[in-house]
Structures are given as structure tokens and as C-alpha cells.
Design a protein around this ligand. Structure first.
Ligand code: F6P
Length: 756
């Protein structure tokens, strides 16, 4: 039978409701025992009746036998002495009455206490009716609710036709004794039944728990011979539910389906737990209503499709003004809204914690430290204390979310450098993949951070530590070499501490392909029209676009400088070229960011003032959050996209622009200081600090023939489609699965004595 056809198994696997089930079992057991007690009681009554009958009959015979000689004599004499002998027999307190009857049922003598209802004739008739040939005849009757025992005992030497003595015993004493014994037996039985049910329920719960644990371990890879067939069936069912794709069908490109399949096949269908500071959906209260927003974040752009594909939990800081209003009592909410695929678990921070951990250590310390963008990092001891405490809080929350001892946890970014070690301490068997989304600087620079050793140690709690580029990996290895006691295995590119090893790998991050956000997007022509209408631009206006968070690493000032110079060197573009800059406000509590905002706004105004002609302004600065659909519209309307980061781990805007251009047109101008520049080599690669070079690149982009645009764009689209985010996640999971298996084998070898 297939596991899916077995309802009790499904019920057992799907739930913790063993408590109600065992209660039902206990109730059934109790009902059965009650039935048994009822039947036993009837049998008990019959037995007691038999005992009493036998006992009283014996007493009756003994009484008659004791008086036998006198009775025989008096019987013959037939005088008043017979009456006295009967009275003597009736002296026994339990004897109610005694009568002497002739063989044909005539009364010879009787004691006064004999109940009226008992007569010689009636007793003689009953004895004959019952075909009782020889006396004694006995019977138990209820007279006025009193149980009476009637015995007819023959006199042993009957002369003149013989006769019998009728003795009537009062049985109340026996009834009282029998009820008391019955009560005691029933109480003992009840106690026995209750303890038996209790022990059974406990034993069943324990057995079920053990069984589930064993099943879970077996599903996680431990070899349990007894469960092998079941585990095979469950895996088959999981594959079936995941669409049952065959290996063959999955060869080639990475898709959401293939990623899901990889997880099922290699990692036993484990749920993923992602730990990231930024949440993929933010609930905000706007004008009394709750609105859902998607933040401007490359991390979210990349990871959201991964979790949609694999399902699991995304753990993040609940930063929205209405975030608390939509979560359940475990601080979870199912997302994406309307088509839930995974759980978002929110962790709450106080203002002080957010200030110290997020704004302070993460964004005034580590962010400028890791980006070579000429902003001085600031390190404050109190920020470090918050950073540590918040990392611990998130690590604890991860441990609450996971299913077993060896979950797969994906830790994201510089906000959580300490969390991998903290998770490892609590879950030594966990597979922890940490991805560092920003550049990793050289060893000398990382040493600026007063807590660089703690950061390195924290990250080495990971099973796999991943960066965008090999250069970042090399920098990390150098830093470990310089500051820690650890062995660097250059052969397998891993860091070994005791028995633990951390793989250090580069996995260039990417975006989903095909891009879901493109569904329902305007055609390129319609997008151009819409954008021109939005800004009041004449048809035919050439459009450049930039999409960034307002961050000093993005080189927005350098970008505006290039636009300014372009207009100066190509006056024919004045009035005919605009640059739309989407700038999402970011980290605005930090001075650097507020200053940048002011500088960028002033610079745009200055350049616009210089080139203003009537309604014409060359720089259209949009300092607000834009939802993904708006961003896609700008990408599709543009002739060029300029990504001018001064330093950037990857920069997914470049890849999103490429993905948005299914018409294979438009030119990407890309800073060589982005990770993306190593992959998108058909872009016009520039040094954003070099105004001449970037101005020329902008001019070349605007002058590029369509055929050349198509050749370049198609090559970049091929690359992004191939090296999409499913491959990124899939490769990391494959490596993690590999490591996991090797560690398990290693552990098993260590615990299994060698066979000789
Ligand atoms: O680039 C680093 C990064 O954390 C990204 O992963 C993310 O897209 C961006 O910064 C967003 O930053 P924040 O979460 O601070 O708004």
C-alpha cells in the first residue's frame, strides 16, 4: 500500500494530536472494562446465591439431623412435643420458621414465626413440580423485599408414610455481606481499570513519541532498518507532491522546480529557515489602512523567490508600523499576501536595540568598513553590545523555528556575523549557510574593527560561508590567517577548527528567471508612452534611468556629474535627454545618509538649473519608495540604465534591468566596482570616478545601433537566465548537502568500530 493511502499513518504523521487519540483509546478501554465489570457482577451474584443456598441447605440438614431421633419418635406420637422440638430448631436467629409436614403435604406442626406464605402443601407441590424426587428441596424467594431460603428436609426414618421438615431462613445477613464484598471488589476493579488505562495511555504516548523521533531521524538520513520501507515511501510521496519531476526533466537550467527538487532529493525536503534583518513584506499603516510594501533591497529581490520555491520560514526584524497588527501569537504571518507560500516570523526590537545594532554597528561600522567608499566607520562599544544581544535574540528565534536537531539555516548579511556561531552552539548538527551580501575588505582593513576576531569567530560557526566573488573569499581567508588560530585548508578552500570545517565559497547572487514581476508589465512602447506622460516629456525623448537606495556607495553624485558633462559635451542632447533617478530613502537616521540626501537634492537642482529650458529639466529625481511594478516600467521605458556604484557586492539592479528588457534593447552602463561587472561583461563597463570615461559611455549608449544593443543584451540575458537565483541557492544547497553527508559519514565512521 502507498503511504498516502494509509489514513492512520497520515493522521499520525500530520499532527501532534496523539493526546486526544490516546484519550479516545483510554475511554474505550474504560468502557470495555465497565462492560466486563457489569457482566462479572451478574456472575458474582449467581455464584453468591449458589454458595448461600449450599450453606443454608447444609445448616438446615444439620439442624434436622441433630433433632432426628426426637423427631422420629414425636412424629409417631403426634403430640405437642413435636411442636416444642420445632421451636427448639427455630431458636437459631437466622431461622424464621419451622414446620413439620406429612408426605402428602398436610401440616403436622408449625412454629408461630413461620411466614404465612410458606405452607406444607405449597412446598410439597413446588417440589413435585420441579420434578424433585428426593428431598431436600430448596428455594430462595423474595417475600416483602426480604430474601428467604426455604428448605424441605426429609426426616431420616419416616414411619407411617414419612414426611419432611420445612425450614425457612432469613437471608438478609447474606445479602448484606454479599453487597459489601461486591462493593469492595468493584472498587478494586475500578482502581485497577483506572491505573491500567493510565499506564496504557502513558505507554502509548511514549511509544508514539519514540516512533516519531525514530521516523524523524530516519527521514533526516539516519539508517533505521525497521523504518526503511516507510522512509522510502515518504520520500517518494514528497517527490510526488513536489511535482515528481524526473532527473531528466530537470537537467539543464535551474528553475524554481529544480531547486525544490534538489531540496527534496538531497536534503530530505527540509524546510529552509532564512535569517535576514530586512523583511520581504512590510505592513505599514497609511491613512488608517494597512498597506503591504516590498522594500528596496537586493537581498529581498534575490531570496524571496527562493523561499517561495522551497517554503519555510523567513525570520526578520518587524519594522513596519502595522507589522504587529497582522501576526499571530507566535509573531508569524503567512506571505506573500494572497498567495501564501512561506511564513514570515517577525522579531521585535526596541528603539535602542535598533539604534545600536542596525544603525550603529551594522550601518555606521560594518557598512563603511566593508565598502571602499570613503566614509569613515564608527565603532561604539554600546553599539557592539546591542549587536551581540540582538544576534543572540535572532539566533534563539531561529532555534525555536527549526524542526529538528539538524536544520538548514540560511543566515544573511553583515547584520548577523555572530549568529552562525550562536546557532551552532545550540544546534551542533545544523547546516548553516551564511551569505555575506556586501564586499569583504582586505585583512588590514577588517582589522580596523575593534571586534574583528569575534566577527571572524562568529562567521566560522557556518558550514558554508559564501561571498559574491573569489576576491572576497581570499580576503576572508587572509583575515583568518592573520587573526585566528585556525587551519586553512587551501586545497578544499575551507577553514578547520578542531573537528569543524567551514567551506569558503563564492556564489555570485542573482535574480529569479523568468522574472515574476514582468507578468502583466506594459509593452516597451506602452511603458515609454506612460513614462513620457508621467513626466510631461515630448515623444522621442531619450531616457536614462538609475534605481538605488539613497546610499553613498551607489555613486549617485558621480552619476549626476556624468549627465551634466554629457549635456556639456553633447549639446544636441539638451532638451532631448533626461535621466530619471529613483532614490529610495534609506537609513535616514544616520548623518552620512541625511547629508547625502541633501547633497544629491542640491546637485540635481544645480544641474537642472544649468540646463533648464522651459519645462525641460535633465534630472528627474524621485526621492521616494517605488514598488517593483513601477521600477519595471522605468526599466522598460529607458534607452540606458546607469549603475555607478563606487563599491558594491553584486548590484542586482543591473541584472533586473537586463531581465526587464525582453525586447533585447537598451544599454547597461555599469561600474567596474560592482560584483555584477565580472559577469555582465557586455555592459559598457566604466570607472564612475572617471567622469570622462563615464560620459563617453553614456554618449556611446545613446548612439549605439539597435543591432549592437541586441547582441549585447541577448548575451547578458543568456547569462542572467542561466546563472539565476535558483542556481545560486541550488549550488549552495548542493555544497551544503555534500558537506552534511560527509560529516555524517565521518561521524558514523568514528562511532563504528572497524570490522576486521
Ligand atoms: O547590500 C547590502 C544590503 O543589506 C542588501 O542586502 C540590501 O538589499 C540592502 O543592503 C538594503 O539595506 P537595508 O536593509 O538597510 O535597507
Amino acid at each position: 500500500m502507498h503511504v498516502g493511502q494509509c489514513p492512520w499513518l497520515l493522521a499520525t504523521l500530520s499532527a501532534p494530536p496523539f493526546v486526544p487519540r490516546t484519550l479516545v483509546f483510554a475511554a474505550t478501554l474504560l468502557a470495555l472494562l465497565a462492560g466486563l465489570a457489569y457482566a462479572g457482577d451478574a456472575a458474582w451474584r449467581r455464584t453468591v446465591r449458589r454458595w448461600v443456598d449450599a450453606d443454608v441447605t447444609l445448616r438446615s440438614r444439620l439442624a434436622v439431623a441433630a433433632a432426628d431421633a426426637s423427631l422420629t419418635e414425636q412424629w409417631r406420637a403426634g403430640d405437642g412435643r413435636l411442636q416444642r422440638t420445632l421451636v427448639a430448631i427455630a431458636r437459631d436467629e437466622r431461622v424464621l420458621g419451622v414446620a413439620a409436614c406429612s408426605e402428602d403435604g398436610a401440616l403436622l406442626a408449625v412454629t408461630a414465626s413461620m411466614p404465612d406464605a410458606v405452607t406444607c402443601r405449597e412446598v410439597s407441590r413446588s417440589a413435585r413440580r420441579r420434578a424433585v424426587d428426593s428431598l431436600p428441596y430448596t428455594r430462595i424467594v423474595d417475600l416483602d423485599s426480604t430474601a428467604l431460603h426455604i428448605a424441605a428436609v426429609p426426616i431420616t426414618t419416616p414411619i407411617d408414610g414419612g414426611g419432611f421438615v420445612v425450614l425457612v431462613h432469613d437471608l438478609r445477613y447474606a445479602v448484606v455481606r454479599a453487597s459489601s464484598a461486591r462493593r469492595q471488589i468493584l472498587t478494586a476493579f475500578l482502581l485497577l481499570a483506572l491505573s491500567a488505562s493510565g499506564v496504557t495511555v502513558l505507554a502509548a504516548a511514549l511509544a508514539q513519541r519514540q516512533w516519531l523521533l525514530a521516523l524523524r531521524r530516519a527521514l533526516a538520513g539516519e539508517d533505521t532498518p525497521a523504518l526503511r520501507p516507510l522512509v522510502r515511501e515518504i520520500r517518494a510521496l514528497a517527490r510526488h507532491l513536489a511535482g515528481d519531476p524526473t532527473e531528466k526533466a530537470l537537467e539543464g537550467s535551474w528553475t524554481a522546480e529544480r531547486l525544490r527538487h534538489t531540496l527534496v532529493r538531497l536534503l530530505d525536503g527540509e524546510r529552509l529557515v532564512i535569517l535576514a534583518n530586512r523583511e520581504p513584506y512590510i505592513h505599514q499603516r497609511v491613512d488608517g489602512e494597512i498597506r503591504v510594501m516590498q522594500p528596496a533591497s537586493g537581498l529581498v529581490t534575490a531570496l524571496e523567490p527562493v523561499l517561495r520555491a522551497c517554503s519555510g520560514t523567513w525570520e526578520a526584524h518587524g519594522s513596519g508600523t502595522a507589522d504587529r497588527d497582522v501576526v499571530d501569537r507566535y509573531d508569524r504571518v503567512a506571505v506573500p499576501p494572497g498567495e501564501p507560500a512561506y511564513q514570515l516570523r517577525r522579531v521585535w526590537l526596541t528603539e535602542a536595540e535598533e539604534q545600536g545594532y542596525y544603525y550603529g554597528l551594522s550601518n555606521e561600522g560594518l557598512w563603511p568598513l566593508c565598502h571602499v567608499a570613503h566614509a569613515r566607520p564608527t565603532f561604539r562599544i554600546e553599539d557592539w553590545a546591542h549587536y551581540r544581544a540582538v544576534n543572540q535574540r535572532f539566533a534563539d528565534a531561529v532555534c525555536e523555528e527549526v524542526d529538528g536537531d539538524d536544520p538548514i539555516v540560511l543566515v544573511q548579511d553583515y547584520h548577523f556575523a555572530l549568529a552562525p556561531r550562536m546557532i551552532r552552539d545550540r544546534l551542533p548538527g545544523a547546516t548553516i549557510i551564511t551569505f555575506w551580501h556586501i564586499p569583504w575588505p582586505n585583512a588590514e582593513r577588517i582589522g580596523i574593527c575593534p571586534w574583528h576576531e569575534e566577527l571572524l569567530e562568529g562567521l566560522l560557526g557556518s558550514s558554508v560561508l559564501a561571498f559574491h566573488t573569489q576576491q572576497h573569499c581570499n580576503h576572508f581567508l587572509d583575515a583568518v590567517d592573520a587573526y585566528l588560530e585556525a587551519r586553512i585548508d587551501r586545497e578544499s578552500v575551507a577553514i578547520v577548527q578542531g573537528k569543524r570545517r567551514t567551506l569558503v565559497r563564492s556564489y555570485p547572487i542573482s535574480i529569479e528567471w523568468p522574472m515574476r514581476r514582468l507578468e502583466g508589465a506594459l509593452s516597451v512602447a506602452a511603458a515609454r508612452q506612460a513614462v513620457c506622460a508621467e513626466f510631461g516629456l515630448p515623444a522621442g525623448t531619450r531616457i536614462g534611468v538609475g534605481v538605488d537606495r539613497l546610499d553613498y556607495t551607489k555613486g549617485i553624485e558621480e552619476r549626476f556629474g556624468a549627465v551634466d558633462r554629457l549635456l556639456a559635451t553633447h549639446p544636441e542632447l539638451v532638451g532631448r535627454f533626461v535621466f530619471i533617478q529613483i532614490a529610495a530613502p534609506s537609513r535616514s537616521k544616520i548623518d552620512h545618509y541625511r547629508d547625502l540626501d541633501a547633497r544629491v537634492t542640491a546637485l540635481a537642482a544645480e544641474i537642472n538649473g544649468r540646463w533648464q529650458r522651459g519645462a525641460y529639466r535633465p534630472i528627474l529625481l524621485q526621492r521616494s519608495h517605488h514598488e517593483p511594478a513601477d521600477v519595471i516600467r522605468y526599466f522598460r521605458a529607458a534607452d540606458l540604465c546607469y549603475v555607478s556604484s563606487l563599491h558594491d557586492g553584486m548590484n542586482l539592479v543591473a541584472k533586473e534591468f537586463v531581465a526587464a528588457r525582453d525586447d533585447a534593447q537598451g544599454v547597461l552602463v555599469l561600474s567596474r566596482f560592482t560584483g555584477a561587472a565580472r559577469e555582465l561583461t557586455e555592459a559598457l563597463i566604466v570607472n564612475p570616478y572617471d567622469l570622462d570615461e563615464s560620459t563617453q559611455a553614456l554618449a556611446a549608449a545613446l548612439a549605439m545601433p539597435v543591432a549592437e544593443q541586441q547582441v549585447r543584451m541577448r548575451a547578458m540575458r543568456r547569462l542572467v537566465s542561466e546563472f539565476n537565483v535558483y542556481r545560486w541557492a541550488g549550488q549552495m544547497l548542493l555544497d551544503a548537502a555534500d558537506l552534511r553527508q560527509r560529516e555524517r559519514l565521518h561521524g558514523r565512521l568514528q562511532h563504528t568500530p572497524l570490522q576486521r
